[in-house]
Design a protein around this ligand. Structure first.
Ligand SMILES: [Zn+2]
Length: 245
């Protein structure tokens, strides 16, 4: 179950499904990504707050350049730049991973037995390329994770009622799971898809059943989170964060 916690009197969103490491989602109150670079001093301040909360050096806060790809990288100590990357696997305790969002689905995977995890950016393009299941498969095949030990947090993202898509997007998303019946609806000729649950279904079809889905929508709960659609293509982002202990 998800609940709000506070860092330096600013809200963050956690889940009791993953307790032994730092795995959470920031809110509008802790923005560490501004694509327009207008809020630079605020961003620098927030990065300092996060680094001190997580107990890492500031240059060990990793923020990849996200491109809606299905490219997955493994975090390497002393490398902080990850161009063209939409999922990062974390196996070291020195770095903290931040991926940034405004409507797209943030997913944190964590294997408590191996003490490794990953943060995934799944907008419709990433979801259509099954980025979360490819990342989970990599944990299973390359890092000896067992499906029953992997827990997943699906964070704040645009909800089923708010996410209207075109036929082409619908067709691509439909192909990623065996049973798409409950994951779309048509209202007044418009197609809506449930991005959070499509990602959950991709994980469940792999055998990962420990999945906690955040009840918040970036549009409906815009007071807490950024929304690209609702806020006229905002440059600001909230983050999904993972730091191993
Ligand atoms: Zn909504």
């Amino acid at each position: 179950m998800f609940y709000f916690d506070k860092v330096d009197n600013k809200k963050i969103l956690k889940s009791d499904l993953i307790k032994n490491v730092q795995a959470f989602f920031t809110t509008r109150e802790i923005c560490i990504c501004d694509k327009s670079e207008f809020l630079n001093s605020e961003i620098e301040k927030n990065k300092k707050i996060m680094a001190s909360y997580l107990g890492v050096e500031e240059n060990d806060l990793i923020c990849p350049v996200q491109t809606h790809s299905a490219n997955i990288q493994i975090a390497q100590e002393n490398i902080s730049a990850y161009p063209d990357t939409d999922a990062i696997i974390l196996t070291n305790k020195k770095q903290a991973v931040f991926l940034n969002f405004a409507d797209c689905t943030p997913i944190i995977l964590y294997d408590e037995k191996q003490n490794i995890g990953a943060v995934v950016h799944a907008g419709w393009k990433g979801t259509a390329q099954s980025i979360v299941s490819i990342t989970a498969k990599k944990l299973i095949n390359d890092f000896n994770s067992n499906v029953e030990n992997i827990a997943a947090l699906i964070g704040p993202a645009i909800c089923f009622d708010c996410y209207n898509v075109g036929e082409e997007v619908f067709t691509q998303l439909k192909k990623t799971v065996k049973d798409f019946e409950d994951l779309y609806k048509v209202i007044d000729g418009k197609i809506y898809v449930d991005l959070k649950n499509i990602n959950k279904k991709q994980l469940v079809e792999l055998g990962i059943t420990k999945v906690d889905i955040c009840p918040y929508c970036t549009c409906c709960n815009n007071e807490y989170f950024y929304s690209y659609r609702k806020e006229n293509r905002t440059n600001l982002r909230h983050s999904a964060v993972l730091k191993l202990i």
